[in-house]
Write a protein that binds this ligand. Structure first.
Ligand code: ACO
Length: 308
């Protein structure tokens, strides 16, 4: 059975940066509080730029990095919960812009687990033989859903997009995903036309209990031990959540790369942005064993094991 292997990565964040010091002028908060409680120092803000425009920029970079032409794509999947366009979906807008005219196009709404969801679907398409080259994108502009008067939520979020190209691998590589789990939870919600509402402590506790659990499950399925994993690429929601997961897995913090300091929580974009940084900084090595894990509103969570 063929699996998809990461052939290329790309990412994009908007130019405008709001540092913690900028937020001190909007709400009663401080750089010290935000850094200590979350690890965040700044976030990028989309402004007029749409989710689709960010997605296109990340997609072009991923295609170039993979050395694949857009017409070779069989499928485009976009994980997003903040697209300005209800229809056409963001994947269709990307398809049109990059000229991927053979590709089927779908959006998946799974909040911060959006990239994990499209990653699993992309692998399933490849395993079924229905697709050879798949473009997977996570793109969000949660700055538009955040209430910039609510210090309990607005400090967390930033905007951006990340993308990977998966191609069917001739040689067999090991890959498995733990199906995305879903449980109705009201600790993080956003009704149309309103701002997102969150019980931060409840989300924090949910992540600390479910993420280590689902990672252990996916590792058992892959017949791998925690010690054999080279990097755990987690959704960047809060640096303390990442530390807590590392502790529960008894894995060194150094194996948990992070970029939350520069971007905040970019929702579905955080994992592919981090994968792109991992790749472009030269840290990615062929055969490396990687675990991905996403978690967030729904509540939805999941994990995947892959070999680079
Ligand atoms: N600046 C200063 N003080 C603040 C701020 C702020 N920005 N926000 C809250 N406080 C105050 C509170 O009012 C409270 O004051 P009090 O003790 O006088 O009542 C105190 O700080 C502690 O508040 P807590 O909410 O208990 O702080 P906590 O340590 O839990 O940190 C946080 C809050 C950062 C939101 C944390 O709970 C968290 O990160 N939770 C996870 C949230 C998350 O990751 N959400 C996204 C999920 S992904 C998705 O699907 C979108």
């Amino acid at each position: 059975m063929k699996n998809g292997r990461i052939a290329g990565t790309g990412s994009y964040v908007p130019e405008t940066i709001w540092k913690n010091e900028d937020l001190e002028k909007m709400v009663e908060t401080s750089d010290a509080w935000i850094r200590e409680r979350t690890g965040i120092g700044a976030r990028h803000i989309a402004g007029e730029e749409t989710v689709a425009q960010m997605a296109v920029k990340a997609a072009r970079r991923a295609l170039e990095n993979a050395g694949i032409c857009s017409t070779e794509l069989d499928l485009i999947l976009v994980g997003t919960s903040s697209s300005e366009s209800i229809f056409p979906n963001t994947a269709c807008l990307v398809q049109d812009e990059i000229g991927a005219f053979r590709a089927a196009c779908l959006d998946v709404s799974a909040a911060c687990t959006g990239f994990l969801a499209v990653y699993e679907l992309g692998q399933l398409y490849i395993r079924s033989g229905k697709a050879k080259n798949v473009l997977l994108i996570g793109a969000d502009a949660l700055s538009r859903l955040a209430d910039w008067h609510d210090r309990g939520t607005c400090i967390l979020f930033g905007d951006g997009a990340g993308a990977i190209v998966l191609t069917a691998e001739e040689q067999e590589t090991k890959a498995c995903e733990r199906s995305i789990r879903w449980r109705k939870g009201v600790s993080l919600t956003c009704e149309k036309g309103t701002y997102l509402q969150m019980d931060g402590r409840a989300v924090f506790q949910f992540a600390l209990s479910r993420v280590p659990e689902v990672i252990r499950e996916v590792l058992a399925e892959a017949d791998m031990a925690v010690e054999e994993i080279d990097a755990f690429i987690l959704h960047q929601a809060n640096s303390r959540i990442i530390d807590g997961v590392a502790k529960r897995l008894k894995a060194p913090k150094e194996k948990f790369p992070r970029n939350i300091e520069a971007y905040g929580n970019t929702c579905a974009a955080s994992i592919p942005i981090l994968l792109d940084e991992w790749n472009r900084s030269g840290r990615a090595q062929k055969g490396q064993r990687i675990v991905l894990s996403g978690f967030g509103a729904g509540l939805i969570w999941g994990a995947a094991y892959l070999e680079w």
